[in-house]
Design a protein around this ligand. Structure first.
Ligand SMILES: [Zn+2]
Ligand SMILES: [Zn+2]
Length: 168
């Protein structure tokens, strides 16, 4: 039996271990945030340190939550089955499972609730919202498919939101 990784990944700046199901930050700039080279940070202060070299015009730190060990292992198992690229050893599996990962920008949602209602939002809300988005996307995809399309259009999503199957 192979030993389980004790942490998820390391901070791109200070190399501190970032554990499973833990808060971390990424850069809002997409080039810093690509899957292959994705920079991750253990704190906003560590995110700050990459700014002088990156020279972004407009950037902020986006709060994320690392996957659970189970999610990482499941994703790795899926990747193995597909014969996809090998994941490096030592707890550096980067694949996030699109079936379980958080799809909402947590900090922005929390900010919206805070601004509009002055309330806080529990992290436990995020997986539920993400599942709901997956459900809607799936419903819309089915509608697109029935119309012979491989692209989800606005109207598919509108119908999905209404629970409306329209005319076939
Ligand atoms: Zn750090
Ligand atoms: Zn950046």
């Amino acid at each position: 039996m192979t030993s389980e990784p004790s942490f998820w990944r390391r901070c791109s700046s200070c190399k501190t271990e970032i554990g499973f199901e833990q808060r971390y930050w990424v850069c809002s700039v997409s080039t810093c945030n690509r899957k292959r080279t994705g920079l991750i940070f253990c704190s906003v202060r560590c995110w700050d340190t990459h700014l002088p070299t990156a020279r972004h015009r407009d950037a902020w730190a986006v709060e994320e939550r690392s996957p659970s060990l189970e999610q990482v292992q499941r994703a790795a198992a899926g990747a193995d089955r597909r014969g996809a690229r090998k994941t490096a050893a030592g707890g550096s599996a980067r694949t996030s499972d699109p079936r379980t990962e958080i799809l909402v920008v947590v900090s922005r949602l929390k900010n919206f609730v805070k601004e509009s209602r002055g309330m806080s939002t529990s992290d436990g809300v995020m997986p539920i919202l993400s599942d709901h988005l997956r459900y809607l996307a799936d419903q819309a995809a089915q509608r697109a498919e029935r119309h012979g399309r491989r692209t989800i259009l606005e109207r598919d999503m509108k119908d999905a939101l209404k629970g409306d199957w329209g005319e076939w």
